[in-house]
Design a protein around this ligand. Sequence first.
Ligand code: ADP
Ligand code: MG
Length: 345
Amino acid sequence: DKVKEKESTQNLLVAVRVRPLNGAEVEDKKCTEIVHVLDENLVVLKDPNEDQDDILRANRSREKQYIFDYAFGPNSNQADVYTKVAKPLIESVITGYNATVFAYGATGAGKTFTMLGTDQEPGIMARTLNDLFYEMDKTKEDMKYKVSMSYLEIYNEMIRDLLNPSSGFLELREDSKGVVVAGISEVQAKKTSEVMDLLVMGNKQRTSEPTAANKTSSRSHAILQVTVTQKSRVKNTIDEFKVGKLFMIDLAGSERAAQTKNRGKRMIEGAHINRSLLALGNCINALSENRGHYVNYRDSKLTRLLKDSLGGNCRTVMVAHASPASGSFEETRNTLLYADRAKNI
Ligand code: ADP
Ligand code: MG
């Protein structure tokens, strides 16, 4: 049917995931749930600040509806999110195309849960690698594959290797193969359990500093890069490699610097984060308009790194994250607006 066809050919997919209320939000008497996922595509946001007594105006003005390719509510599970947003990318990567999955949203909205998850409920990163290994295994008689992974962070516009933090700050370089991080470690993983261990270890190396807004604010972008190199085993075929790159990215918190009462050093960090996210948003908008707009990748490290993995034949997935709590209204509204702007027009 039409919807299916659209999904399979669409290069940019935008999804929203709303997490459940957490313990503190449930305890809080003043906290209400203001975000509702009404069906597979529809999210409704209520403004908790507007006059509650004005019943006539209430339902018209206080609610705003957003439509996305997918909307995942608090009861969605990891497998469901993975199957709809990331699994379809595996085939592209195996056949030599590039793809990127982003987790976007404010700190505490659920980005790391979706991307990394837990041992009991692994997220997109481990599930994708698991299925990637499985798919390659099915065609191993005909094809020779090599999978390597790197895990890095961009923090304050500086790049660090999360699998080898002692290597210091690394530089981006552009050569015939495209954009590479010079000196980054590449690990050849074969099993999902190894992958999860590496990711959990790497995540502990992420730079995070407490801010006034959140105790565990993560100000770094964590980037898992998976490179699949493929070569036919069949004799007499053209001796050619195919290389597919898949980026899975847990973006830094999107909350605005202004709201976090940042000063000094952290103010600069905030500005950098906004610059990367803004640069990313601008790139994605230019791509989603799809009219040969000039796409400026040079504005941030993040977009430079992704230069050959956004647009063209590449597939891009943005999963925007939100808390359903009334206290997060401003952040949630900003997140939904950002995601809405990223949509295919
Ligand atoms: P972020 O990475 O965006 O800062 P986290 O992924 O760390 O946010 O999520 C914040 C908290 O909420 C964590 O304790 C996490 O386990 C929990 N959480 C997030 N999303 C979900 C979800 N979909 N279901 C259950 N718990 C979740
Ligand atoms: Mg996080």
